[in-house]
Design a protein around this ligand. Sequence first.
Ligand SMILES: [Zn+2]
Length: 368
Amino acid sequence: MKKNAINNKLKFYTAGDYINIFCKKQYKNYYLRGEAHKFIADLGDTEICKYLADINPDIAPGIVYYNTIIFALVNDEYQKRVKKNTHEYYPQVFIGNTKEDFLIFDMYLSNSREILYFKENFKEFYKHCEKDTLIIDLEDADIIENSYLNESIESKKDIILLSIDIIFDRIESTTYDLFKERYPKKNYPLLAYYFSKNADLGLDRFEDYELIYSFISELYSFIYHCFDYAYDEKKYHKMLEDIGNVCLEWLNQQKITNRYLNSLNSFKNCQTSDADPLTRFCNNFFYELINDLKNQKMIKQCQFCDCGDFFKYKENKKYCSQKYEGKDCARTVSNKRYYERHKEEIKPKARKLMKEQRECYKKYGIKK
Ligand SMILES: [Zn+2]
């Protein structure tokens, strides 16, 4: 919710443009820094074209606009290190703890240095820097305090990645109504059409640095170089593909089968609540699909907190049932509640029973 509020304040000129975000308050001796970028997805470029042509050969696909926001914590050591670093492939990002520092740094920039994944001239980038900044409150960044963050602070990292978000901005198309089922105004179609195993890319109408496809596919190497981030690159691309596959299947079939529910549930069960920012970035696409399916009354989620499985939507159903899901979660919940209410009576009884059982074994010479 807060990221959307920030998004509303971002004033971009065009695709490829970006804005530096600052915060006046510090977080545990770190400064909060953000970078927001504007990207496009060209609906005329990908496999979606084939689907659209099936619906109507005269369809005009159009362009989708997305904004991305990356948040990080930085400190003085980082600023010293990054300003000194002139390595060609090392991205100079999150420069300046504060807006004032950032504007001063502008003077020291050379003309030729490029940012790794935007391939844009630095001088050009900083030309608008006074206008291209935004000041936010610390609370707006929604900092998640988990073991990843605690370990990063404890090991005294000079830059810590906090979050990466994509925010859907708008679609420009004269015939959008004709294909909105296949391209809902969400983020998850990106993974379906660009990263699933069936993705057939023909990206050539725009420059790389303008395309959201390049942002997602090069995100790993950007994070690896900039944040010294220990993560498996193959795992990142595998996650994009796996989530892309379930998203594409929904967009193509628009049907909830048992097999499809199984793949949703097995993906959900692999996730932990204590994930690092890159895993959270990938998972957000999945949970966006899930929310979409819930809102469209296609699926529901079992309310037993130890389960949380998805099942086909039924008006009054709250838990998995023996008949359809092979487990009776309502019963497990009521047993658990009964135990919670009566545990003081149940425990001594159980102990007494065990004592009697042991005595009985002893009496009959059974070794246990
Ligand atoms: Zn359940």
